[in-house]
Design a protein around this ligand. Sequence first.
Ligand SMILES: Cc1ncc(COP(=O)(O)O)c(C=O)c1O
Length: 392
Amino acid sequence: METFDFSYFDRGIDRVGTDCEKWDFLRLREGADVLPMWVADMDFPSPPAVSEALVRRAQHATYGYTEPIDADFTSVIDFWQRHHGLTLTKEEITLLPCVVTGLRMGVRTMTQPGDSVIIQPPVYGPFFASIRDNGRQIVENPLLHSGDRWEMEFDGLENCLRGGAKLLLLCNPHNPVGRAWDVDELTRVVELCARYGAKIVCDEIHADFVFTPKRHVPILSIPGAEHVAISLAAASKTFNVAGLKQAVMFAKDEAMRAAIVQEMTACGVVSGNQFALVGTRACYLHGDAWLAGLKEYLKASREIVYDFIRERLPHIGVSELEATYLMWLDCRSLGVSGEELRRRTIKGAGVALTDGEFFGTQGEGFLRLNIGCPHAQLREALARLEKALKKD
Ligand SMILES: Cc1ncc(COP(=O)(O)O)c(C=O)c1O
């Protein structure tokens, strides 16, 4: 039986020629020599039980209409109870094609056109688009940055709510700054939103990557949250199966859930691709040992980056990584534009990170480094980054 120790993750997997965005799309755009450390998936094979389940299903050569079965719900329920201590029932779970669909459905059902929706940038780019594309107003309550740590700005949040904002799109853990919000912070957010009659859509896609001693705090575990918040989650980041397109919404409030389900029906948003169901179920049922190994490996990856930056690029800031495999590098001391950072990294040094501006104007002068890859690849990327980001 395969064990998921460092040597397993060190082997990685060659993804070139699989139509993957991270490697193949970048090669088309920038050429074959650029090392991809950008889009948020990992250069590791998914748990063996997942590919075995998919192959078994594919070998049965009929692919007609499918319905989710009980195990599609119980496997999620048991996983979230086991890993995060959250108790859910089948009725509280709705299948979605992806988490971004859930953000958009939340905006459409919890606000009216023209309403204000709060986000806390720098934050994952589609948070902006989910609001803008639906004719709502973006209200920004930027995170505060002190040293290598990011915090929520509660006075600013209250001002936005006092100004009439109807919804907060919350990211927990927060991509790209790597914070796993704690109980006190989440309690304050829930209390504030409840006081002003606003709702919360909480994106918890990175929930399974919170590194000890921290733990993931599900929004729905906060007292009072069940009538204020819904949560979005997936196996996609955790087990490297984003291409299957499968996610879940947890909603304890029946009215909120019914409104979203009605909007999904009206828009023809359906879920349940049979490979997505089979693969996701296998992740939740059989992925624990693989995930435990992965988290140990990523903790070591994080240390490799901290050490490298301290020794070789001390003028670059790096946020404390409590969660996710995405590290947020502060390159503002170089005093160059985002365009120049892109040129220096991709053209000048052959390494592609995600532009800070993808996360809003607050991301200017920052780069996001994806460390979900074998250590040898990470070390090579860091050597190239040194060339790109060294001080003249
Ligand atoms: C915070 C966050 N939400 C959502 C997504 C995308 O999720 P999905 O592919 O399920 O829409 C990502 C991917 O990077 C993410 O970081």
